[in-house]
Design a protein around this ligand. Structure first.
Ligand code: DAH
Length: 354
């Protein structure tokens, strides 16, 4: 005769342990079938009554009954506990949820943060200016005269039509008079700015040297969209104005930036160039390993004396340097992005990578 009492104790312990692990209505149903079902373990133990000697049958029957009551009571309690977790609408709140898709900061904005952080560590503060500009800040103050091809309506998003006979002319308060200064009379036509260099003018109009700023921002040009062109893109402008600022400062700052941002072995070169607002001027190229060729980051140079004068800065006392680099180009070089359109297509498979 097996030790009925020990066997039933084991069964009780096993049932308690199994029930403790139950955490869903489905698992509870499995438990019920295993122990209390018509082919369950308790039913199977009923055979013990038949096997017991006649004088023991009653005791075994009572023990079995106790175990069954214990398991049933524990089952009922668990069922109630689980029911509390299920809301009135029948929603099982223990079921793992579906995580809502949350966006992340756009890669271009991350790059802007990285750049302003880096230049911040080099002592630059951040400035900004309006995207809707007037011709004075986009052209005149930057030494781009009325007749310059850069002012062609085909190359700019003008927001107003030029009036017959040359448009309205208004004076500009901050335009200093002087031999080298461009006309203080200028057209008030507005346009979407084509370059962040406009903010150089705004900073010099409102701040006395020493000036040391970077200006990240959007610019607009009517270009045909392809893998390397958008009609809206971003530039990072820099402007330093102080006594005795030289081309050496410009070059060493640009080199320092390129090596710090892209890595110490990055190849960079300066090519002589021309911009109306700088003299001398250069273009900066960085070697793109994956393309196997040089890619232009943008232009730079020593701020033209005419620009300083127009903005109320005496070129006899101060000199300055500036650069304007394409932020998309910088981001593409840094993160191995091959098509500029990816930045604006809003494909989450692209955006989630960064
Ligand atoms: N504004 C120029 C452009 O958009 C880039 C540039 C060239 C900016 C030389 C500068 C500079 O500050 O010094 O093409």
């Amino acid at each position: 005769m097996p030790d009925v009492s020990a066997e039933l104790d084991d069964l009780t312990r096993q049932a308690d342990a199994d029930l403790a692990a139950v955490n869903s209505p489905a698992a509870l149903e499995q438990f019920r079938i295993k122990y209390l079902g018509s082919k369950g373990l308790l039913k199977a133990k009923m055979a013990l009554i038949g096997q017991a000697p006649p004088d023991q049958k009653k005791v075994v029957g009572q023990r079995l009954n106790e175990v069954k009551q214990h398991v049933t009571a524990a089952f009922d309690a668990k069922q109630e506990a689980l029911a509390d977790l299920v809301g009135e609408d029948g929603v099982d709140v223990t079921e793992p949820g579906v995580r809502p898709a949350v966006g992340n900061r756009h890669i271009l904005m991350k790059v802007v943060d990285e750049l302003t952080d880096l230049f911040g560590r080099m002592g630059f503060s951040v400035a900004s200016g309006p995207e809707v500009e007037d011709e004075f800040h986009n052209f005149v103050a930057l030494n781009i005269p009325e007749s310059h091809p850069a002012r062609d309506p085909l190359d700019n998003f003008y927001l107003e039509k030029r009036a017959e006979g040359g448009g309205q002319k208004v004076g500009h308060a901050s335009a200093a008079a002087g031999n080298a200064a461009p006309s203080t009379q200028h057209s008030a036509l507005r346009l979407l700015r084509t370059q962040t260099s406009t903010v150089q003018v705004r900073v010099m109009e409102t701040h006395k040297p020493p000036i040391r700023v970077v200006i990240p921002g959007r610019v607009y040009r009517p270009d045909t969209v392809d893998a390397t062109h958008l009609f809206m893109f971003h530039q990072l402008e820099a402007l330093v104005v102080d006594a005795d600022v030289t081309m050496v400062d410009l070059k060493s700052t640009v080199m320092q930036f390129v090596k710090a941002y892209f890595g110490p072995d990055t190849k960079v070169r300066f090519r002589p160039s021309f911009f109306p607002f700088t003299e001398p001027s250069a273009e900066v190229d960085v070697w793109f390993e994956d393309k196997g060729r040089w890619v232009e980051l943008g232009g730079c140079g020593m701020v033209h004396p005419n620009v300083l004068t127009t903005c109320g800065v005496d070129p006899e006392v101060y000199s300055g340097w500036a650069f304007g680099f394409g932020i998309e180009r910088i981001a593409m070089r840094k993160y191995g992005i091959t098509d500029i359109r990816s930045f604006v297509e809003n494909d989450v498979r692209f955006l989630r990578q960064f």
